[in-house]
Design a protein around this ligand. Structure first.
Ligand code: C2E
Ligand code: MG
Ligand code: MG
Ligand code: MG
Length: 276
């Protein structure tokens, strides 16, 4: 009886797996066209200083408006785009959008920067740094206004080369951030070699900061370590006033999260910008 059940279970499981695989295959092949057909959007989520309360910039987050499937979250397609290498197309598109926006912001708000997420695939592309340099020149934007974020786990995928590649990007004048910090198992010795200026503490720590004294101690230690290395420390995923108060008390510099603002697009983005 049990064997029959598990055989049925197995058949169902592989069918579901096969369906998932096909969905992802077709998504990946459609991603090429999505860029050309303007189905991608750049949303911007503002970041706020915990000292002054003012906006210090925004993070660019990609959105895919698929004509049949509707909205597809980056959590769904970015991993597949990374596996297939199509992510470099998405990154280039996001960089151009971010630079276009910065070019219009620049004269009005010199304090604002935009951060774009890059993946290890981008870092490993030998032409990446020169391409970004060219885009900056074309847009006429100072490199200090464009920040690049790379996840701690992404850096650890190719730890040895990442150090050199980040130095090249830093050499162009781009400020760099470590994203999702605390989830990627990097050593302190390694961190010290990275030419980064911002540490973004992963959202999972902020989620439990007020429920768990242990997490609170951990976040405090991460902030102190970041400051010890002269880094700006940002908390991701701040959703409540209690979380904001806690990280501010622990000395965190910047916050990002639904409490401050959700990712914005179109009229909502314009409204935020107009009241700066
Ligand atoms: P991330 O870089 O850590 O970006 C922050 C994610 O947290 C975003 O999700 C954002 O919408 C979400 N978030 C912000 N505040 C809050 C909050 O208060 N509560 C909660 N629950 N979530 C919050 P999103 O836009 O779905 O992106 C997910 C991930 O996909 C990003 O994580 C990033 O790793 C990746 N991603 C997004 N856009 C790009 C891109 O253009 N290129 C690459 N390579 N990756 C991207
Ligand atoms: Mg990010
Ligand atoms: Mg993050
Ligand atoms: Mg994250």
């Amino acid at each position: 009886h049990a064997a029959k059940r598990s055989a049925v279970g197995h058949a169902w499981y592989s069918e579901a797996q096969e369906a998932a695989r096909l969905t992802h295959l077709s998504l990946v092949s459609e991603l090429r066209g999505a860029v050309a057909a303007s189905q991608l959007q750049m949303w911007l989520q503002p970041k706020f200083s915990l000292v002054t309360g003012k906006s210090v910039g925004a993070e660019a987050l990609v959105r895919w408006q698929h004509p049949q499937r509707g909205f597809i979250s980056p959590a769904e397609f970015v991993p597949f785009a990374e596996q297939t290498g199509y992510i470099t197309m998405v990154t280039d598109w996001m960089l151009r959008e971010a630079l276009r926006t910065l070019a219009t912001w620049a004269p009005l708000h010199p304090e604002l920067s935009i951060a774009v997420n890059i993946s290890t695939r981008d870092l490993q592309d030998p032409g990446f740094a020169r391409r970004v340099e060219g885009m900056l020149q074309t847009a006429g934007v100072d490199p200090s206004r464009l920040r690049l974020e790379i996840t701690e786990s992404g850096l650890m995928e190719d730890a040895q080369n990442s150090v050199a590649l980040l130095h090249t990007l830093r050499g162009i004048g781009l400020p760099l951030s470590i994203d999702d910090f605390g989830t990627g198992y990097s050593s302190l010795a390694y961190l010290q070699k990275l030419p980064v200026s911002e540490l973004k503490i992963d959202r999972s720590f902020i989620d439990s900061i007020d429920a768990s004294p242990g997490t609170q101690k951990l976040v405090k230690a991460m902030i102190e370590m970041g400051h010890g290395m002269d880094l700006m420390v940002t908390a991701e995923g701040v959703e409540t006033e209690a979380e904001r108060a806690t990280i501010a008390r622990l000395g965190c510099d910047v916050m990002q999260g639904y409490l401050g603002a959700r990712p914005l697009y179109g009229d909502a983005l314009q409204t935020w910008f107009d009241q700066l």
